[in-house]
Design a protein around this ligand. Structure first.
Ligand code: FE2
Length: 212
């Protein structure tokens, strides 16, 4: 077969056989940036930005997966609303992952992509394979958001200092704002308010009950 294929190359005849199982060296190494892009951003700036964006990407991919795990494994009286909320937040994180990854490529870098590489890079604590109860799910998600919010604020400030306005805009307008809003929606589920009866009934209600 190999002989036939090479014969096709030399004779120029068309062969319908797909070229399977091909491998070759990488065309660009991870951690590098293309040299000459007409972006008006110097190579050291693009190197620093892509490195920080890859950290943010790995953490955002981990949070994305933590949302799907929570969506599948949630249990209890709030199952339905949390099942839906977790999936909504997951989908919003999917959009952020794509925006961050494509910003890295646009800057001439190489985006981290595969789960094993993400697991080695992320700063977010690995959860157990089994199911957590709801308050633990919510706490894990909030901890992950906190890490991302801290690093994206740092990234936004640095991007601004270096003149990388596009990265600053992505960091603030998309990543920071989305994470802040999701934190609010999660946090309100951890407020211990009564569902049926107020903890300390008001004086008026007491009077009504006793007829005084
Ligand atoms: Fe689902």
């Amino acid at each position: 077969m190999a002989n036939k294929q090479s014969a096709t190359k030399t004779t120029g005849r068309i062969n319908a056989q797909p070229r399977l199982h091909q491998r070759a060296s990488e065309i660009q190494a991870y951690g590098t940036v293309n040299h000459a892009l007409p972006l008006e951003l110097e190579e050291p700036v693009r190197l620093e930005m892509t490195e920080q964006l890859n950290q943010l990407l790995a953490d955002t991919m981990t949070l994305r997966d933590l949302y799907k795990k929570s969506h599948w494994q949630v249990a209890g009286p709030t199952f339905y609303q949390l099942h839906l909320l977790y999936d909504k937040h997951h989908d919003e994180q999917v959009d952020l992952v794509d925006s961050i990854a494509e910003r890295i490529q646009l800057l001439g870098g190489v985006s981290v992509a595969m789960a094993a590489d993400v697991a080695e890079t992320t700063q977010i604590e690995r959860p157990p394979r089994g199911r957590d109860e709801v308050p633990v799910q919510l706490s894990r998600l909030l901890d992950a958001h906190q890490i991302i919010i801290r690093e994206v604020r740092k990234l936004a400030r640095r991007a601004s200092e270096l003149g990388d306005d596009g990265t600053n805009d992505l960091a603030v307008s998309e990543v920071l704002r989305t994470n802040e809003l999701q934190v609010w929606f999660l946090s309100e589920h951890l407020v211990n308010v009564p569902l049926v009866e107020a903890k300390e009934p008001s004086l008026t209600a007491n009077c009504r009950q006793t007829g005084t």
